[in-house]
Design a protein around this ligand. Structure first.
Ligand SMILES: [Zn+2]
Ligand SMILES: [Zn+2]
Length: 933
């Protein structure tokens, strides 16, 4: 009962620790309640045309062809004559949705989306479209609806191709763009005869948005160097030229239309985007039309040293780079609508062709708009923080804010526009820094309380280990134990204080959980203070230096495991170090053969993390070799142990049958492979063999004798057969090598125990799994058991990352399941791949089970040490969770944390499973009783 309670409490604590990262790292930065701000001066443009060429790289658009002409002649002519251009720097994650949010709403996509499934708007937000009088959009159904949905009132009209018809462009993705241009053309055609539409179009503050998905789709399908991608750029250029002439004609060449051409993100050479490579983050920006500065010729070198100006032959034309979010205030200023309230963009005023007064006033509006957000955030934080705990952002206290505003107004009145602009810019910079300051204000506090809980839980587990499984000098009468009612009162007081504190701060409900959880945990720790005093009492008799050495080694080992999550090769280093263990510990003198085997086995296993991940190139010969290796080692073992533990007839028959089975399974993959290569499909016989092998793999071992190595050998042969069928190359060798090392490990552990003077050696091969362990024989924990537990965690991680099997699930390469089925069935295929990942775990777990039996330990004690090790790793991963970078980086950092947190739970279930697998026996053929009538 107590074990179950302990398990449930542990589970709850871990779930809470896991959820906490969403409150600490992934919260929405947006604030609400600001008033939209616009300048009172007349804007230069009445309408804006925004063209977003999805997935267009800056260099693809701007690099000239070998003959010196451009593949986008219209846009090139704009850059050289009538417009202003630059590179728009996007932020990771370089995906369509965050890119469009930055462009149109002026803020960088909210990372809290990560917790809410990306699809929906995590929070409602303001955008240029929302502030406009009318916005008409054409393009992909994946992008447009999010702005229409967020807008208040119904003044955002979307025209999308139906999602299911998106594959009308499957042969040629540029048809997606042709569709948009054709729709816009017919829209203007119909507006000529539709008077109400015409009237709306003739109003001011209008936006037309064209989302062109063809280039992105072609880039994914054919990569950005392909003719398809490059031709699509030409098609878009022609479309833009045509569109401009239609628009200008419709509005009677009134010179009141501004145009913005850009893209949401770039694309890598291999046709992907999402991360932070320059090919993904550098996008083109070309702005022209009403209110925009003409191309400016420059003679001096420009302040960009990235070499692109030379590459693109544009040294002589002024380049103005922007951050992607800066485009939103630019668009807002051009048509005179308020800047979206959550925008963090800084108006790139050099794009404007207006009076200095207009530039200064626009900049001032921008500054006030960003400052409003800062003030709102500060007010919120101040209201929910106790006054003594509140330390305001020093650069922008309330008096400094007023000073900035007064000075800016005065400079504008004195017509010192340049100074006013730079003052406003520095106000924006301070406000943005202040926003980050207040956004991460509670992060330290919450992080501390979670870490406090974590440390408390780990200490509690350590104390439980010491109390129940270690031999400590007990001095019951010397030290008076702290009366428990005092402790309870103390905890009640702390709870009341924390609750009151959070109540005054009006904290969210989840904060109560994170802050109050450490209280019961530490209460339990302090309740065990008796154990602690016992420990201190027995300290003088303990080998302190040895303990300290162990502590350092384990800390180093845990860090090594953490690093192996990022670089598999670290496992190679770890295995190389482990291979020296018998030599360093002096065991080599007692067990020469086993020490040498351990050394060689570790080094062989160390090769696997260096190999490429599974599924790159099938090499079926290696699978056959692995089968032979498995047979050879089994035969060697049976031969060498034939005298010590003679086999019964039934066991002998079973081993022969199992070895024949492995031989068949080593041959099936190559047969299947050649049959598939000759396009003859999967032979039915192979399929039958494969499925029967899989189905029987966990039942067959149960038939064998429960003698230690007989049962282990049977498990190994049975799992190896399945593993061979699921292998395509070098990873097939992983299982025999791992199993060999595990076999040696069991042997060496007994030697190690013997070396420490634990009496009662029993011949290993005579130990029986099913024999009841004598409770009296179970010994206390020793320092060496920390090493055993660490080895176990290390081998579990090696089993997981060693071959890169897990990568085959991510990339879903079905080559490894072709012996079972060739028709695409994702669930069955995924399940089979998962089973392949689990098989090495079972081998390691069975070994651990054996070692507990051999070294006379209760299974729970070693498991608690494993729990401590994995919690230490989890604590490290807690600090590595990141809320910046590509979705992949963010997702990976979360999944590492999850893997380690759930590892213990998974291992607990696995240990129950392997306990059954090793100790139970099925008897099929009882001697039949004969009844006579
Ligand atoms: Zn995109
Ligand atoms: Zn894309």
């Amino acid at each position: 009962m107590r074990v179950i309670a302990f398990f449930l409490v542990g589970l709850a604590v871990h779930v809470i620790f896991f959820i906490s990262i969403f409150d600490i790292y992934f919260t929405s930065p947006l604030v609400h309640g600001m008033t939209p701000r616009a300048t009172t001066l007349t804007p230069p443009a009445s309408r804006l045309v925004l063209l977003v060429a999805d997935g267009l790289r800056a260099d693809s658009l701007l690099t000239l062809l070998p003959d010196g002409s451009s593949r986008a002649p219209y846009l090139r002519s704009v850059i050289e004559e009538s417009g202003t251009w630059g590179v728009s720097h996007t932020r990771v994650p370089t995906e369509s949705r965050p890119g469009h949010v930055a462009l149109i709403a002026g803020f960088y996509e909210d990372v809290s989306a990560v917790a809410k499934g990306w699809k929906e708007n995590p929070v409602e937000f303001d955008s240029v479209f929302n502030e406009s009088r009318h916005t008409w959009c054409w393009g992909s159904p994946d992008i447009l609806p999010m702005f229409a949905k967020g807008a208040s009132g119904d003044h955002v009209y979307t025209y999308t191709y139906p999602a299911e018809e998106e594959d009308f462009a499957s042969t040629d993705a540029s048809r997606l763009d042709s569709w948009v241009f054709t729709q816009v053309k017919s829209f203007f055609q119909s507006a000529k005869s539709n008077s109400s539409l015409r009237a709306s179009l003739l109003e001011d503050k209008n936006v037309l948005f064209l989302h062109l998905l063809g280039i992105d789709t072609n880039g994914h399908a054919h990569r950005p160097m392909s003719q398809e991608y490059l031709d699509n750029i030409g098609l878009v250029d022609t479309g833009v030229a045509e569109l401009v002439s239609i628009v200008e004609e419709f509005f009677g060449y009134d010179g009141r239309t501004a145009y913005v051409f850009t893209s949401d993100h770039g694309m890598t050479n291999w046709g992907s985007h999402g991360a932070g490579h320059p090919s993904e983050t550098l996008t083109p920006l070309v702005v022209w039309g009403a209110g925009v500065h003409n191309a400016l010729r420059v003679t001096e070198p420009q302040p960009y040293d990235d070499g692109y100006l030379q590459d693109w032959k544009l040294e002589h034309l002024r380049r103005v780079d922007v951050s992607q979010a800066d485009i939103a205030p630019l668009m807002a200023s051009l048509i005179g609508v308020p800047i979206p309230v959550n925008s963090v963009g800084v108006l790139p005023h050099t794009y404007l062709n207006n009076s200095d007064l207009f530039k200064a006033e626009s900049m001032y509006t921008n500054a006030i708009q960003v400052l409003e957000q800062f003030k709102m955030k500060m007010t919120q934080k101040k209201e929910t923080t106790l006054s003594f705990r509140f330390s305001p952002y020093q650069q922008l206290t309330e008096s400094k804010q007023a000073g900035f505003i007064n000075k800016a107004r005065m400079l504008i009145q004195l017509e010192k526009y340049e100074d006013a602009i730079s003052l406003c810019q520095s106000l924006i910079t301070h406000s943005l820094e202040g926003l980050v300051y207040y956004h991460t204000y509670d992060r330290f506090f919450l992080g501390c309380s979670v870490v406090l809980g974590f440390v408390g839980w780990t200490s509690y587990v350590v104390l439980v280990i010491l109390k129940t499984h270690a031999r400590l000098n007990r001095h019951p009468s010397i030290l008076r134990q702290m009366p428990s009612y005092t402790l309870e009162r103390l905890c009640m007081c702390v709870t009341v204080v924390i609750t009151g504190f959070l109540l005054i701060q009006r904290s969210p409900v989840t904060y109560y959980i994170y802050c109050l959880l450490p209280v019961p945990i530490w209460y339990s720790v302090l309740k065990e203070s008796r154990t602690l005093t016992d420990l201190i009492q027995s300290a003088p008799s303990l080998p302190l230096w040895k303990c300290f050495g162990y502590f350092v080694l384990v800390a180093f080992g845990v860090e090594l495991l953490v690093a192996s999550f990022f670089y598999r090769a670290v496992l190679t280093v770890g295995l190389a170090v482990l291979s020296l263990w018998p030599f360093l510990s002096g065991l080599v003198g007692k067990a020469k053969f086993h020490s040498l085997s351990w050394f060689l086995g570790s080094l062989f296993l160390a090769l696997f993390p260096l190999m490429p991940v599974v599924g790159r190139e099938p090499n079926i010969h290696l699978v056959t070799c692995a089968g032979l290796l498995a047979l050879f080692t089994s035969a060697c073992y049976l031969w060498s142990s034939r005298r010590r533990t003679p086999l019964h007839l039934g066991d002998r028959q079973q081993f022969v049958a199992q070895m024949l089975h492995v031989a068949v399974c080593a041959y099936v993959p190559s047969l299947t492979h050649s049959s598939l290569q000759q396009k003859q499909g999967l032979p039915l016989l192979n399929q039958i063999i494969s499925w029967t092998t899989l189905g029987s793999s966990l039942l067959v071992p149960l038939l064998s004798s429960t003698r230690l190595f007989h049962r282990l050998l049977s498990i190994f042969l049975s799992l190896a057969a399945t593993y061979l069928l699921l292998s395509t190359g070098s990873e097939a060798l992983f299982l025999p090598v791992l199993s060999w090392l595990m076999f040696v490990w069991i042997n060496i552990e007994q030697e190690a125990m013997l070396a420490q003077g634990v009496s009662g050696r029993q011949e290993l091969s005579t130990i029986d799994f099913s024999a009841n362990i004598d409770i009296a024989k179970i010994r206390h924990l020793k320092l060496d058991d920390i090493r055993r537990s660490y080895f176990f965690v290390f081998f579990i991680i090696t089993a997981f990352f060693g071959t890169g099997n897990i990568a085959s699930i991510n990339s879903f390469d079905p080559a490894s399941v072709y012996c079972f089925l060739t028709v695409f069935k994702p669930f069955i295929m995924g399940g089979l791949m998962m089973w392949k990942v689990i098989i090495p775990f079972i081998i390691v777990m069975c070994t651990f089970e054996t070692i507990q039996v051999v070294t006379q330990l209760s299974s729970r004690s070693l498991f608690l040490i494993v729990l401590v090790i994995s919690d230490l790793m989890a604590l490290h991963f807690f600090f590595l969770v990141q809320d910046y970078g590509s979705w992949l980086d963010i997702g990976t950092s979360i999944s590492h944390y999850v893997i380690v947190m759930s590892m213990t739970i998974f291992l607990m279930l696995l240990s129950v499973f392997t306990h059954i697998l090793t100790s139970q026996r099925l008897v099929l053929w009882r001697r039949p009783k004969v009844h006579f009538p």
